[in-house]
Design a protein around this ligand. Sequence first.
Ligand code: DQQ
Length: 647
Amino acid sequence: MVDPNPLLPVSIPPYIPLPDDTLVARRRPIKVYLLIVSGLLAIALFVALIGYGGSDNVQPRGNEGGSLASSSKQPDRLRPLSRGPAAGVSEKANQQFADIGRLRSFPWNNSMLSWQRPAFHFQPEKNWMNDPNGPLFYKGWYHFFYQYNPNGAIWGDIVWGHAVSRDLIHWLHLPLAMVPDQWYDLNGVWTGSATILPDGQIVMLYTGSTNESVQVQNLAYPADPSDPLLINWVKYSGNPVLVPPPGIHPKDFRDPTTAWLTSEGKWRIVIGSKINKTGIALVYDTRDFKNYERLDGLLHGVPGTGMWECVDFYPVSRTEENGLDTSINGLEVKHVVKASLDQDKHDYYAIGTYHEKNSTWIPDNPKIDVGIGVRYDYGMFYASKTFYDPDKGRRILWGWIGESDSEFADVQKGWASIQSIPRTILLDKKTGTHLLQWPVEEVESLRLSSNEFDEVEVKAGSVMKLAVGSATQLDIIAEFEIDKKALDKAPESNATFSCSSSGGAAERGALGPFGVSVLADETLSEQTPVYFYIVKGHGGSLKTHFCSDQSRSSEATDVNKHIYGSSVPVQHGEKLSLRILVDHSIVETFAQGGRTCIASRVYPTKAIYGAARLFLFNNATDVSITASLKIWQMNSAFIRPYPNDKN
Ligand code: DQQ
């Protein structure tokens, strides 16, 4: 039962020890369970598909359990069933087509849907994936775990998928690492993080949604530490190791971080939660990962930000260009707090100072605190997690990039979601307020032939096709310079600008938009412009915005057509610069060395396969720009089952 009063202490079922031989998360013992679950899910999916395939492919809101006869009352919404909130987690269904009226879903054909599958971003062979979990480097292999539904292309039945890689680009899928097979994770093996102890032992902490949908924290570890692939995992017999503390709602206690060492030699973790509408990070110390002490106060909390999911906490160097182990602290270090906001599905971070003694963190600038300031990404990027890569001395960020088409199309294509290209993360020493995110260097091993365009002048109001051949798998680097005299002459303006409320790349201003249009067809009837837009304010101050416009990305009606973006700081002497990774239905963009990033999902119907083109454009009214670009065709990554996986 859900506690009706979120602030009262909660009661958790007492832990009943189970025989040891049930504790290993092996695949075979749970097959029967999975068969039953998949049978039930198949029936549920069948029923859902019948619902979708009905008169208007429409699922009216609030009619989930109602009779089909009520559909004759002209349901006018294309709304998937809500998934997640009832189970005590954020919404996992794409609810964006709530108000588009009586639209039938677009008649997607197999060739269009097949094209959408990325070639070098990580994804499972099929079905639904969400958060990255417990990334780590062990005995020469990168391990990546992820929230996965083995039974369908929608959220539910969550287990831990597992893959390994030598280089973060090519992946081998391994057997599922952990499945719900204990009362304390029967409703899902949810998100968690890895900690590598100084002697090399791996400790995995994860959230279990219990048989009663209470969120508890559990401990797991590799069954055979000599196995570099870490195929089998053991769940600790004393699980759960943490239950929701008094005052915390049983469905608001999840996603333990990687632990870091305190100067007393204890390990410290934080867990996301909320009290009323204040998002918070609870702090615990432990010596053995089995027994924990809750510390007074909070690491941090921000009113109005709601439930904090997938909190991340890590140091960044103020002086060096390398990443830091999570336990590093001192004067040369700033600390980052990141929270994934359940209420708006975005990942926000802030930079500040960690005070170990009273286990708190204070933002450098309270005006850009967690949840009210800067985001990792202004497109689709959620539930992210970093880890320290000891092999290359870098910190790497993974983020879940969901779908922004209809859930109906996801079920048709049989998969949903991809992971971002892993991004190295560093403090932006010039601004001090931002991080710099950049695709790991290994992605460059996929570069094939390239085309260079040097100092191309693009006059105001013009579009130029870039002859690069097919344009569905690309790595693009571009720099732009603005005609200085024209910039000086441009009128000052009072107007405020925001990418999302603007008219997109079609809205002409004195100093923008200009940039690159990707996934365009020959006639530009479909295109996704990625661009800068500069506003000259009073006194000649310049404010630069970086946007990605999905409004004409597809002729389909049932896909997201938002315009994403934000302002991007441009420091004195910097050119405007852009990197774009195009990989079928994903466009990942990095402005000013990764100071502002936008990942978007794009579902064209015509600009696909050999018909996809690339254009350079300048839709400003008052300035010419000079653009220099280098564009590589990109190879596909090998992402396939491990040969020994017979399942
Ligand atoms: N996803 C997991 C939760 C987490 C959420 C469940 C974030 O642990 O809070 O799939 O997307």
